[in-house]
Design a protein around this ligand. Sequence first.
Ligand SMILES: [Zn+2]
Length: 553
Amino acid sequence: MTLRLTRSLAEILPGSASQRILWTILAIVWGGYAAHARDLSSAAMNDVSAALDRLRGNGAALRSFLVEMPKGGDLHNHLSGAVYAESALAWARAEGWCFDVASKAALPPPCDAASKPPLVDALRSTQAYRDAINAWSMRDVITAQVSGHDQFFNSFFRFSDVTGNNIGAALAEVVERAASQNVLYLELMISPLMGEARDLGEQIGWKDDPDAMLVALDNKGFGDLVKRAAASVGAVVDDKDRRLSCGDAAHRRRGCDVVVRFLAQVYRNVDRAKLFSQTALAARLASLEGLVVGLNLVAAEDDEITLGNYSDQMRIVGDIGRRHPKARISLHAGELTMGLVPPKDLTFHIREAVEIAGAKRIGHGVDIGFERDAKELMGRMARDGILVEINLTSNAQILGVEGPDHPFPLYRRVGVPTALSTDDEGVSRIDLTHEYQRAARAYDLSYRDLKQLSRNSLTYAFLPGESLWRDPGAARPVSACAGGQLGATAPSRDCSRFMAGSEKARLQWELEVRFARFESKWGRREGKPANNTALASPPLSSSKRERSARRVR
Ligand SMILES: [Zn+2]
């Protein structure tokens, strides 16, 4: 690439032959610098790549490598689906929930002995408890009896009232799990007071006039709902912090150091008025520039209402998004496959999410091969940096799409940025490391590939601030931070100044610090001397969170 670029520069530059030679020399120097900047730790990288290749054939060995590997963030993670059934069942027991024997759903008291006994009684036997875990997750799904799709979506109706009552505990569980896998960031989907937003939508009804609908919402006390919803998100984080002793330096748990932001999730299988009011709430929350950074539409994309209203939904999101430019939009789109829906419904969802709704990221994107003019669409996504959140296990379980049938390698080949995510790690009985392992083996990814996926998960996060990367695909840093070895040497004064203004760049730097540490360690294990660059401290001491992040490592 560098050689090609150098030659083409020399060919197009003006002047005499000697001037062209001078230009060529300058281009070679520049090209060499660029190559260096793209691969700032090549020796360590080679050692770690060798380690990965040696471990690849054994699942246990590969797991031990990948669990330690710094994994940036998880950008597609529904908090209620991230909880393992065992936790939800324990909360339901402790809180006196009942158990609907027929549907295996948790129901609030009062219980009755025949059809909905206390959950604690209903699940007294080992077998009943096992069956409940299976009903509340994808464990041991017998697909001859129920499809993966139905089991997945039905499971939520069984436990979601319980997890909804224990969001702080759920968040504590999820950040602890993330920290244990060297994950730095979670962008979690939650539904703050979305039920109330739907009620308001129902009250005002659908009008084909967004201005009038927004006025009608405001007249119904929408501003107060936004405030209460924002407060509810803050309370969830406070609850998590309390559970993990985050304010107590001596006892704080490592989950405290995982940076958390939220996407407000809009339940999409509703009429247009309710979709509008929820989207407006989500956008207003994200515009506050607090814990909520964006929005997403959720629930089965193949549902009758969503299929019927899809284009209207995209127009509503696009319109509200233009009114709220600080609200970043990620959309589930193309979580479909042949047979699940009529063929025509496979041809436009991703395009409309990008072009009409203004999505900056796409969740799943599994049906891209069925989209009209898919090549042009992917070219646009590559050019505009629209990332696809790849959920390999979820797609295998719900859609039966996996291995060579999954579009992940296609997106990579045409330059659409991708990142690995879990979708619903509790329901799917996985974690983010599992997804890295699945990707590494199914698609024969190198260490460099995995590192790029990890970096992408922060580069395309909706965290505020400029990215550390000028060219994320080539891992070329912004000029303020060029020249050093990212993460392994202390940042320059210019770089520190740049990072002081960008929360995203500070977290990206922290990821590079962890990569340098990880590569030094795994390079040593390959029998080579440790990378002799001193591992630098992270750049800024601006917050308690960052100071403690360093301690915990
Ligand atoms: Zn999802």
